[in-house]
Write a protein that binds this ligand. Structure first.
Ligand code: HEM
Length: 502
C-alpha cells in the first residue's frame, strides 16, 4: 500500500516535471532570440547616426552619466553603427571589471588607435602580445624601482629641479602646465632610458608636447567621427596630423633606442630599454617562434609608458595646485600639517601615514579631477550575460569612471571638493572603495604605484615651498575649474603665482 502510494506519487512528480519541461521549452522557443538574450536597454537610435545627436561629444562622459539615470547601470548607445555598452556606478563597474575581469578585460582597438599603434605595445593591444608586454613592463619597472626606495630618490631629485624652475618665476603669475609635464615625464625617462633631461632640452620638449597634443586630438570630434565612419579617414585632416606627430615621436624614440643599443651591456642593465633589448637577443638566440620581443613592441611600449605616465600625473598635480589656490583654507590646513609634522626637511614616503589631511586632499583631488573619465574603451572577450543582459563577444564597453567617482550613493557630497570624504571623525585617513581613478581589474593602470608616489612627493614638496595663489587682480571665485576633455581631463589653461614660503 505504502509502496503503491510511493509509486503513484513518483509518477505524478515525473508527469509534473515532464509537463513543466514542455511548458518551459514551448515558452522559450516562442520567444525571439532578442527576448531570450535580453540586450541592455538604451535610447532609441536614428538610422546611420545611432544616438550621436543625443550626446554631447565634447563632454561624452557627462552625457552618458545622465543617460544612466534614465536607462540604468548597464545600457546601450550607438555611435553611428557602432554599438557601445556603458557600465555606470561603482557597484556595476566593479562587478564587471573585477568579478568578470576576463570577459570585460579586452581593449577596444579603434581605427584611430590602429593607425597610431597597430595593435602593439601595452595600452592598445590584446591577446598574448598584450599579456607578455604588460607582464614584462611591470617586472622591468619594479626592477628599476617602481614602488621602491630608488624611485623615491629619483622623484625627490626631480622635485628639486621643479622647485628651482618655479623659484625662477619669483612669485609672478605663470602657466605651470609644461614645466610640470616635463618633471613627470623625466620620472618615466629615468626608468625607461636611465636618464633625465633638462627642461629646455628639445628632445624632452618634443616628446612631451607632441604626446600631449596627440592625446588631446585623439578624443576630439573629428577622430570620433572617423572611428564611427572609418571610410571618411582620407578626408579628416586631424587624423593625418595625429599620424604625423605620433610618427615623429616614434622616430625620436627609435634614435634614443639605437643609441642605447650601441652601448648595451647585457651584464649591466641601465633601464627598461636595456632589459627589453637583452630579452630580445635571448629570444632570438633560442630561436623562439612568434616572439613578442620585436622592435615595434619596444617602441610602442616606450611610447605608451610616456603617454600614459606623463599627462595623467601632470594633470593631477596641476588640478591640485588649482584647487589649493581656489580653496585657500584647505591649502592653509595642508601647509599647517606639513609644517607641524615634517618641518623644513624633505618629505619622504614614510611621512604619508602621519599626514592624513594632506593625503585626503590628494585623494580628493584625484576624485574630483577624474582625469580618465571613461578609462580607455574596453571590449568583451567572450559572450556574457551580465546583470541579466546578454552582451556579445567583441562589444565595445565604456566603464564610466565619472559615474564611480561621482556616484551619489557612495560619496556624501560628490560634486564638492571635500577632503572629509577620506577622513574619519577623528581626522584619520580612510580608504574608500569607490575611489577608482586608476580603474580596476585586468586593465587596471600599470603605473598606479608609481603615480601615487609621484603625486605625494611632488605635491608635498611644492606645497612645503610655495603658497599657490590666483594672479593679481583675479579672485579665488574667478579661478576657472572648467575641464578640457581629451583622453585625459586637464584644467583649462590658466596662470597661478607660486609665492615662496621661505
Ligand atoms: C595620476 C596618474 C594616473 C592615472 C589617474 C592613471 C589612470 C589610468 C587608467 C584609468 C587607465 C585605464 C584602465 C582601464 O582601461 O580600465 C590606465 C592605464 C594604463 N596606465 Fe595609468 N594612470 C596614471 C599614471 C600612470 C603612470 C605613471 C604610468 C606609467 C608607468 C601609467 C601606465 C599605464 C598603462 C601602461 C596603462 C595601460 C594598461 C593596460 O592596458 O593593460 N599610468 N591608467
Amino acid at each position: 500500500m505504502l509502496e503503491d502510494l510511493c509509486q503513484s506519487s513518483t509518477s505524478v512528480s515525473l508527469l509534473v516535471a515532464i509537463v513543466g519541461l514542455l511548458v518551459f521549452h514551448h515558452f522559450y522557443s516562442s520567444l525571439s532570440p532578442q527576448e531570450t538574450r535580453r540586450e541592455p536597454p538604451g535610447p532609441t537610435r536614428l538610422p546611420l547616426l545611432g544616438n550621436l545627436l543625443q550626446v554631447d561629444l565634447k563632454r561624452l562622459d557627462r552625457s552618458l552619466f545622465d543617460l544612466s539615470k534614465q536607462y540604468g547601470p548597464v545600457f546601450t548607445v550607438y555611435f553611428g553603427l557602432q554599438k557601445v555598452v556603458v557600465l555606470a556606478g561603482y557597484r556595476t563597474v566593479k562587478q564587471a571589471l573585477v568579478n568578470h575581469a576576463e570577459e570585460f578585460g579586452d581593449r577596444e582597438v579603434t581605427p584611430s588607435f590602429i593607425d597610431v599603434n597597430n595593435g602593439h605595445g601595452i595600452i592598445l593591444s590584446n591577446g598574448n602580445s598584450w599579456k607578455e608586454m604588460r607582464r614584462f613592463a611591470l617586472t622591468a619597472l619594479k626592477h628599476f624601482g617602481m614602488g621602491k626606495r630608488i624611485t623615491e630618490g629619483k622623484i625627490i631629485e626631480e622635485c628639486h629641479y621643479l622647485i628651482e624652475e618655479l623659484e625662477q618665476q619669483k612669485g609672478k603669475a605663470f602657466n605651470n602646465s609644461q614645466t610640470i609635464s616635463y618633471a613627470a615625464s623625466n620620472v618615466i625617462a629615468s626608468m625607461v632610458f636611465g636618464k633625465r633631461y633638462e627642461y629646455g632640452d628639445p628632445v624632452l620638449q618634443t616628446l612631451v608636447d607632441k604626446d600631449h597634443e596627440a592625446i588631446h586630438l585623439l578624443a576630439t570630434a573629428p577622430i570620433l567621427i572617423y572611428n564611427t565612419f572609418p571610410w571618411m579617414g582620407p578626408f579628416i585632416q586631424t587624423l593625418a596630423y595625429v599620424k604625423r606627430i605620433v610618427g615623429e615621436n616614434k622616430d625620436l624614440l627609435k634614435s634614443i633606442i639605437a643609441d642605447l643599443k650601441e652601448t648595451l651591456n647585457p651584464e649591466m642593465h641601465r633601464c627598461f630599454v636595456d632589459l627589453f633589448l637583452t630579452r630580445k637577443i635571448n629570444v632570438e638566440e633560442s630561436e623562439i617562434k612568434d616572439s613578442h620581443y620585436h622592435d615595434e613592441n619596444l617602441v610602442s611600449s616606450v611610447l605608451d609608458l610616456f603617454a600614459a605616465g606623463t599627462d595623467t600625473t601632470a594633470s593631477t598635480i596641476q588640478w591640485c595646485l588649482l584647487f589649493m589656490a581656489k580653496y585657500p583654507q584647505i591649502q592653509d590646513q595642508v601647509q599647517e600639517e606639513l609644517s607641524r609634522v615634517v618641518g623644513s626637511r624633505q618629505v619622504l614616503l614614510e611621512d604619508r601615514k602621519n599626514l592624513p589631511y594632506t593625503d585626503a586632499v590628494i585623494h580628493e583631488t584625484q576624485r574630483m579631477a577624474n582625469i580618465s573619465p571613461m578609462a580607455f574603451p574596453h571590449q568583451t572577450s567572450r559572450d556574457i550575460t551580465f546583470q541579466g543582459y546578454f552582451i556579445k563577444k567583441g562589444t565595445t564597453v565604456f566603464p564610466l569612471l565619472t559615474s564611480v567617482l561621482y556616484d551619489e550613493s557612495e560619496w556624501e557630497s560628490p560634486h564638492t571638493f571635500n577632503p572629509s570624504h577620506f577622513l574619519d571623525e577623528e581626522g584619520k585617513f580612510i580608504r574608500r572603495e569607490a575611489f577608482l581613478p586608476f580603474s580596476a581589474g585586468r586593465r587596471v593602470c600599470l603605473g598606479e604605484s608609481l603615480a601615487k608616489m609621484e603625486l605625494f612627493l611632488f605635491l608635498t614638496s611644492l606645497l612645503q615651498c610655495f603658497r599657490f595663489t590666483p594672479p593679481p587682480g583675479v579672485t579665488e571665485e574667478e579661478l576657472d575649474l572648467t575641464p578640457v576633455v581629451g583622453l585625459a581631463v586637464s584644467p583649462t589653461s590658466h596662470e597661478l603665482c607660486a609665492v615662496s614660503r621661505q
